[in-house]
Design a protein around this ligand. Structure first.
Ligand SMILES: [Zn+2]
Length: 311
């Protein structure tokens, strides 16, 4: 149906990108909605591949970019497509420096593109709550990286002191294998509760270990736990083995790459990892399309990102 985006040459020119994006946004062009007057119906497609509303009181022009994160960007769509391709094809994500180099844009532009695309993908992702049986756990990562399962009996690994020594990754996964991972500053209830409430549907069955930080959950969820400190890993179908499995995948994916312990790096790796994990059954071209679709209605201006005018 759509061209396969599996090399940087898949879209030879700007028109190919525009056509592809139009087909993604409106598989049936009669579903097109005018961004100016809101009328729904096939627009005129002009010679320069832009749209013109057929509504006589409107007749205004627009492009395939209207209503997406590309709307106010002067960069060719082709550069954006390449950025999306590079971001989705690198397992560990891509740095803004590398992106700038690959695209032949300034580092500032590379940084801006990366953030805008990532923001689009992530915001969309968090809109759908986890449901069914959800496993929740945390893990610690050091700069080396040496991972350990969270040992809540060890007072040294609780609170702010622990956060300084090691970075804490908090993870949730549902029965369909949908994953959310966050870098958190500590494992206190006040930190974890808002994240869980925002992303796990009320009434879900939630499996954790026996940590005190999860006790509050019995009021909002069907909370069941395994007692890891007693050497218990599965009890009556209650387990956190899936989320632990995701953690160890993450660990393997960053071996040799995760040199710096900076929060920004860890977050970047985590989000790139989760995004790919949640699309692990997709082909590469499908993943590009998935990310392109996520750009709809998610504008993030340069000003909002940086506090500065224009770009
Ligand atoms: Zn119109």
């Amino acid at each position: 149906m759509f061209p396969t985006f599996n090399t940087l040459d898949s879209f030879p020119d700007e028109d190919a990108c525009i056509n592809h994006f139009r087909a993604l946004r409106w598989p049936d062009l009669s579903q097109w909605a005018c961004p100016h007057c809101g009328v729904v119906g096939t627009p005129y497609v002009l010679k320069n591949n832009t749209h013109k509303c057929r509504e006589k009181t409107c007749l205004k022009k627009s492009t395939v970019r209207n209503g997406t994160i590309f709307e106010d960007s002067k960069l060719p769509l082709r550069k954006w497509f390449m950025a999306v391709y590079l971001m989705t094809s690198h397992k560990k994500g891509i740095s803004s420096c590398q992106l700038a180099k690959d695209l032949g844009v300034t580092q500032k532009t590379g940084w801006f593109m990366l953030h805008r695309i990532r923001n689009a993908a992530m915001t969309k992702e968090f809109n759908a709550p986890l449901a069914g049986v959800v496993q929740i756990d945390e893990a610690y990562v050091g700069p080396n990286p040496r991972w350990q399962h969270a040992n809540k009996k060890n007072p040294l690994l609780v609170g702010a002191a622990a956060a300084k020594a090691k970075k804490i990754v908090f993870g949730m996964i549902d029965g369909k294998g949908e994953l959310r991972v966050h870098h958190v500053k500590d494992t206190r209830k006040g930190t974890l509760k808002p994240i869980i409430e925002a992303q796990v549907a009320p009434g879900s069955e939630v499996h954790t270990d026996e940590a005190n930080t999860y006790i509050w959950m019995r009021d909002q969820y069907k909370h069941r736990f395994v007692a890891h400190t007693l050497g218990e890993y599965v009890r009556e179908g209650v387990t956190t083995n899936r989320i632990e499995g995701a953690f160890s995948h993450f660990k393997r994916s960053i071996v040799g790459t995760y040199h710096k312990a900076s929060d920004g790096h860890l977050d970047r790796y985590l989000q790139a990892f989760a995004w790919r994990w949640n699309r692990r059954n997709m082909g590469e071209g499908e993943r590009v399309n998935a990310l392109l679709k996520d750009t709809l209605g998610k504008r993030l201006t340069y000003r909002a990102l940086t506090g500065k005018e224009s770009h």
